[in-house]
Structure formats: structure tokens, C-alpha cells
Design a protein around this ligand. Structure first.
Ligand code: FES
Ligand code: FE2
Length: 440
């Protein structure tokens, strides 16, 4: 039995009922229809640079090991021993030649092949037992964009590039700035007692909460209330969203990296154009759970039941930046968006409170208002690719996220998801948008 979530989500009216944040049945359906099908961020190149380097992560609730292979490629497989279902790898990260299950000692190589079974000759019938049948389940597709590896369990998913679509152009504003790319230098992991979607919709859409929720944090940091100025919000076909203030979105402060940034500015302009070099950063979510901010934070949120998620947040820095600049970025992220960060705590407080209130029946059946700037979005306007609104205070990113969410939760297959989008006239393939095109 599947639940028809469109009874709780009316994107055309801009109304959503909190049932989708509370219901255990809907959560179970998400595990199958969202998490077992979507492209999910697994690792950045810099997290597993050498052969045998691995980390463990999750696609939804399913634990996954991601390993750098001998040939330089990357593989990912379910972190579950085929014998009795234990975790094959219990370390967060490291370097390995093989993984031995700590229950009965089955051994898997770094590609996920079962290579050794204790007492195999005497314990199993060689006629019927073949080790090659019993490797862990492989992530069906693994693709990389700008050094960021994503995986999906669904072989029928569109390509990662098609899935990103116009969002790739916005992603590049953050991570295609330097020839030698970015590296992850720190990670924090913590738990928040709220539904994962309450978190995801925020970087996809909600710039509106800043002045009120973060009032005291802004005061402490000497940042005044946000001045109304140019800014935009983007909503992608597959549920991605981003919003930003144009030039000058970040308060200028002295940094030990100022000289390095100035020296490298031409490079950035050459790579992403003037508009993206200094603007179009803000906050963003690639559906379902890969978020990034202008300050170098990237994060995934792993769902843990309808009322809890784990945040895994890394700090990304330009690989070529001087060490003291990298350290400064790390500390800034630590102070703002780590578990003890002054902005992070405000956000978590909101999500936890929302979640608690949704326990009430009337509370979760009273429609919430997602109508901000409804009807204003246009495609490919103002030299911005995709569907955008001329202000970051909008619910377009959220509406787009939940429109895609309904598609995924309602469809039996990716083919049906695509069909729904095509019938609404939404683009479903990647468009090459060069500097000569829309992106000036
Ligand atoms: S559960 Fe892994 S060896 Fe038995
Ligand atoms: Fe916030």
C-alpha cells in the first residue's frame, strides 16, 4: 500500500500539510521511492585520494562503503556482509587492502568481491557455493561532477548531468572556480531531531528566515539587517534549489586570504564569468540531501526515521590556497555552521520545534503557506538559466522540491517520473550553458 502524498501537498495552491514530516508510513515509502532511486552525494575526490582509501557513508538508511580503486576509479557498495548482514567495514574512513567482517570473518576486496570465507572447504558444499555470487550489493550507478561523486541504486535513473540540469551552472559558481579544485579539510557529524525535509527545503529556498532567526548571531558578528537588494532564487526540475543576493551578498571583511583571492580573481572570471565570480553563491540544495553554502560548507543529511536526521558537514577549501587561509575558512565554518556554530544552532532550534508541533493531529493537518512569489517564476530570464524568481525571498525552491517529491513518491519508475515532468513542459536533460550563452 502506498500513500498518495498529493493529498498533503498541493504545489499549485502552495499548501503543504505537516503529515509528510511526521508519518512513519510516508517515511518508509521515501526509503524506497526517494532514497533507493535518487542520486545521492557519496564522496569528494579529496576524501579518498589514494588507492585503497575508503569512507563509509549512507544512501538514506543504507550504509555504503566508497573505495578508491587500483585503477583510480571509485566503487561503492552496500556495507552489509552477505552472510548474516553485519557491517563489512566498521571504520569511518581509512585505507584498506581488504575488508573483513568482524562476525565470522568473511573477507571482501576493495571492489566488493567476496574473496575469503573461513573453513570454506569443510563448511560449504563446493558444488553449490560460489564466492562470486555473494559480494555485497553494488551501487548501480556512480558518476562524478567536478570531483564530487554521486551514486544511485537505480540503474534507470537519468544521468547525473541530466539530473543536475541547470543546477550544474549554479553549482559551478561555488566549485568550478579554480583549475585545481577544492579539498575537504574537516568534518563534523551530529544528530537533529527533525524530519530531513525541513532541513533540505531551507537551503533550497528559505533566505527569508535570516533576519529574525539569526538576529542575535548577526548582531554578535556585526552584520546589520539584510538590505533589500537584487537577488534571485532558482528551482530545478529534479527538486534542486538555490537562492542568493547578487554582488556583495557577503559582508566584506579582512581575511588572510585577500591577497590570494585577488591574485586568482582573473582565473575565476575566466572559468565562470564575471556574474558568477562575485555573485550567485548563497545557499543551495541538490535534492534530496546535498547542501552547500557560500562559506565552503558542504553537507549531507542522512534520514533516521521521520523525526531525526544525521548531519555530516565538511569544510571545502580551494586546494591551492595558502595554509593559513584554509585554516581561517575552517574556523569561520566552525564558528557559524558546525554543531556549535552560532547560525546552525538557530536553524536546528526551528526544525526541532516544528517537528515537535507536528505530533499534534490538528497541527499536521493544517495547511502551511508556501505561496511566496507564486506565479512570478520564469524560465531563462535575466541571463539566468532555468526557472528563477527575481528575489531570494520566495518559496519557489520549496515548491519545486515538493513538486519533484510528489513525482518520486507517486511514480513506479524513473520513466514515470520523467513522463510527469515532460507533460508539464519541464526540461529533463542537461543543457551546455557556456560563457557565451546565457551565463554572462
Ligand atoms: S555476518 Fe559477516 S561473516 Fe558472518
Ligand atoms: Fe539559517
Amino acid at each position: 500500500m502506498t500513500t498518495d502524498v498529493s493529498q498533503f501537498i498541493d504545489v499549485d495552491r502552495g499548501e503543504i500539510q505537516g503529515e509528510i514530516f511526521h508519518s512513519a508510513a510516508i517515511y518508509e515509502q521515501e526509503l524506497e521511492r526517494i532514497w533507493a532511486r535518487s542520486w545521492v552525494f557519496l564522496a569528494h575526490d579529496s576524501m579518498i585520494p589514494k588507492k585503497g582509501d575508503f569512507l563509509q557513508t549512507y544512501i538514506g538508511e543504507d550504509p555504503v562503503v566508497v573505495v578508491r580503486q587500483k585503477d583510480g576509479g571509485v566503487r561503492a557498495f552496500l556495507n552489509q556482509c552477505r552472510h548474516r548482514g553485519m557491517r563489512i567495514c566498521r571504520a569511518d574512513r581509512g585505507n584498506a587492502k581488504a575488508f573483513m567482517c568482524s562476525f565470522h570473518g568473511w573477507v571482501y576486496d576493495t571492489a566488493g568481491n567476496l574473496i575469503d570465507v573461513p573453513h570454506e572447504e569443510t563448511a560449504y558444499n563446493p558444488e553449490t557455493f560460489d564466492k562470486s555470487d555473494w559480494g555485497p550489493r553494488q551501487v548501480a550507478r556512480l558518476e562524478e561532477y567536478r570531483g564530487f561523486w554521486f551514486g544511485t541504486w537505480d540503474a534507470e535513473a537519468p544521468s547525473l548531468l541530466d539530473y543536475l540540469g541547470d543546477m550544474a551552472w549554479y553549482f559551478d559558481a561555488h566549485f568550478d572556480r579554480y583549475a585545481n579544485g577544492y579539498e575537504a579539510i574537516a568534518v563534523h557529524k551530529w544528530v537533529i531531531e527533525a524530519n530531513w525535509k525541513l532541513n533540505a527545503e531551507q537551503p533550497a529556498s528559505d533566505m527569508y528566515h535570516g533576519d529574525v532567526s539569526h538576529a542575535s548571531a548577526k548582531q554578535v558578528m556585526g552584520i546589520g539587517p539584510t538590505k533589500e537588494r537584487e537577488g534571485h532564487q532558482f528551482s530545478g526540475t529534479f527538486g534542486h534549489g538555490t537562492g542568493w543576493w547578487d554582488l556583495g551578498g557577503n559582508t566584506k571583511r579582512e581575511s588572510v586570504g585577500d591577497d590570494w583571492v585577488a591574485q586568482n580573481h582573473d582565473q575565476v572570471v575566466e572559468r565562470v564569468g564575471e556574474r558568477r565570480a562575485d555573485g550567485i553563491r548563497g545557499h543551495a540544495n541538490i535534492f534530496p540531501n546535498f547542501m552547500f553554502l557560500h562559506n565552503g560548507t558542504i553537507r549531507v543529511t542522512h534520514p533516521r526515521g521521520p523525526g531525526e536526521f544525521e548531519v555530516w558537514a565538511w569544510t571545502m577549501v580551494p586546494s591551492d590556497a595558502p595554509a593559513e587561509f584554509k585554516e581561517e575558512i575552517r574556523k569561520k565554518v566552525l564558528r557559524t555552521f558546525s554543531p556549535g556554530g552560532i547560525f546552525e544552532q538557530d536553524d536546528a532550534e526551528n526544525w526541532v520545534e516544528e517537528q515537535r508541533i507536528m505530533r499534534g493531529f490538528m497541527a499536521r493537518r493544517s495547511p502551511l503557506v508556501y505561496t511566496m512569489r507564486m506565479g512570478d517564476a520564469k524560465r531563462d530570464q535575466n541571463n539566468l538559466p532555468g526557472l528563477t524568481v527575481d528575489h531570494p525571498y520566495a518559496d519557489e525552491g520549496s515548491r519545486g522540491m515538493y513538486r519533484h517529491y510528489v513525482d518520486m513518491m507517486s511514480a513506479e519508475s524513473w520513466a514515470q517520473v520523467i513522463e510527469a515532468k515532460v507533460s508539464r513542459g519541464e526540461p529533463v536533460t542537461y543543457r551546455e550553458i557556456g560563457l557565451e550563452g546565457i551565463a554572462r
